[in-house]
Design a protein around this ligand. Structure first.
Ligand code: PLP
Length: 428
């Protein structure tokens, strides 16, 4: 147990210095009530707080830790890399190595540019799409979250949905006037938008599997339909695979659904838990970026050697044969058991899952778009969240987030989770 201050003391002191006491809003427990725990350390599928409690973690830093927390080989690689220095402002072979590993796994990416977060990746991809097509308008989807990019904070998911913020003050209307947000899984709405304004759209940006309003898979034919429309109207298709990249399969959602985007945004897993993002795509598009082209985008810490080193080790470890098959099998088992328990207890719930990302919605379903998500029983979710916490299970403190399962969540942890779930449902 930590001998330092307790979570309560840390939270109260943090609130005086940091808005909400946190560096990112959902962490504050604002939507579920109560106070967040402060983390002491994490290992494998477990996270430990400053108060001596341990939890089976299904947040996993919101996705990066597909191999569990503090993977020894990733730590060793980072430690070795640290000895050479932390940042140079000059290129390293690490960037080349990671670029090769990623572009080999994601064949739609001929070229890649590293940035520091998912937000930077989507922001830069949008700029590139606009520069490449010489058009301004963007289509996104309701409940999808692409980071806190001004022009994309329209009908956004994740923390924006969690806190019920309709849009954000501080973003001029002029900045969002070119963003059109449409219902996910509704191809006709996209067709209508193109028919109305055929030469207006620079890009469609989509989470190919929605994860930021809870997990919602694309309906059959939806992604293919977007591809066809983009070809027809000479618009770029951007897959925001910050969450799904190297998560739903090694080659991301584009590999799983066999749809090739023009640009792909990545983050989370490719940094092995360190701050990284990336965007990439066809050579002729990527060569519009400075210094080859005139679309400007830069970063003091971009391609940071420590983050690259962690990413390299992660990418290599993810090559293990059957890793994704095993993960899918195990996530399927957990989801199925949770679902059966909800049915037994007569609690109307829907479990959406793609690979190792899953959400338990308090609604009889189906849950196929943001309107469906908004029908979920928020009050029940809050009670459920706290009932799971007291039993040592940490799920995301929001009904609008994905649960993440790692390769080191074992049957034992699953059994504990299923028992806790049954008990939590009884007390709702
Ligand atoms: N895009 C998607 C799909 C995400 O899930 C997120 C973050 O959760 C982002 C973009 C933004 O990434 P970051 O938080 O690293 O800026």
């Amino acid at each position: 147990m930590s001998t330092g201050p307790l979570s309560k003391e840390l939270f109260h002191a943090s609130k005086k210095l940091m808005p909400g006491g946190v560096s990112s809003p959902v962490r504050s427990f604002a939507s579920v009530g109560g106070e967040p725990f402060f983390v002491e350390k994490a290992k494998g599928p477990w996270i430990y707080d400053a108060d001596g409690n341990s939890y089976i973690d299904y947040v996993m830093s919101y996705g990066p830790h597909i191999l569990g927390h503090a993977h020894p080989e990733i730590l060793a690689k980072v430690q070795k890399s640290l000895e050479r220095g932390t940042s140079f402002g000059a290129p390293t072979g690490f960037e080349l190595e990671l670029a090769k590993l990623i572009t080999d796994a994601v064949p739609s990416m001929d070229m890649i540019r590293f940035v520091n977060s998912g937000t930077e990746a989507t922001m830069s991809a949008i700029r590139l799409a606009r520069g490449y097509t010489d058009r301004n308008k963007i289509i996104k989807f309701d409940g999808h979250y692409h980071g806190h990019v001004d022009s994309l904070l329209v009908q956004a998911g994740s923390g924006v949905a969690t806190l019920g913020i309709p849009g954000s003050p501080g973003i001029p209307k002029d900045v969002t006037k070119d963003t059109v947000s449409l219902p996910f899984n509704h191809l006709q709405a996209v067709k209508d938008a193109f028919q109305k304004d055929p030469k207006a759209y620079a890009a469609i940006i989509v989470e190919p599997v929605a994860g930021n309003m809870g997990v919602i898979p694309p309906k059959e034919g939806f992604l293919e339909g977007l591809r066809d429309l983009c070809d027809q109207y000479e618009t770029l298709l951007i897959f925001d695979e910050v969450m799904t990249g190297f998560r739903v399969s090694r080659g991301g959602a584009q590999e799983l659904y066999h749809v090739k985007p023009d640009l792909t945004c990545l983050g989370k897993i490719i940094g092995g838990g360190l701050p990284v993002g990336a965007y990439g795509g066809e050579r002729k598009i990527m060569e519009k970026i400075a210094p080859v082209g005139h679309v400007y985008q830069a970063g003091t810490l971009s391609g940071n050697p420590i983050a690259m080193a962690a990413g390299i080790k992660m990418m290599k470890l993810l090559k293990e044969e059957s890793l994704y098959q095993n993960l899918d099998y195990r996530a399927h088992y957990l989801t199925d058991e949770l679902k059966k328990a909800a049915e037994d207890k007569g609690v109307p719930m829907t479990f959406n899952r793609v690979g190792s990302m899953m959400t338990a919605f308090f609604h009889e379903g189906p849950v196929e778009n943001y309107d469906d998500v908004k029908k979920c029983d928020d009050r029940r979710f809050k009670k459920y969240f706290h009932a799971m916490m007291v039993q040592g299970i940490y799920i995301p403190p929001s009904p609008f987030e994905a649960w993440f399962i790692s390769t080191v969540h074992t049957e034992e942890e699953f059994k504990t989770t299923i028992d806790a779930h049954k008990k939590a449902l009884e007390d709702l």
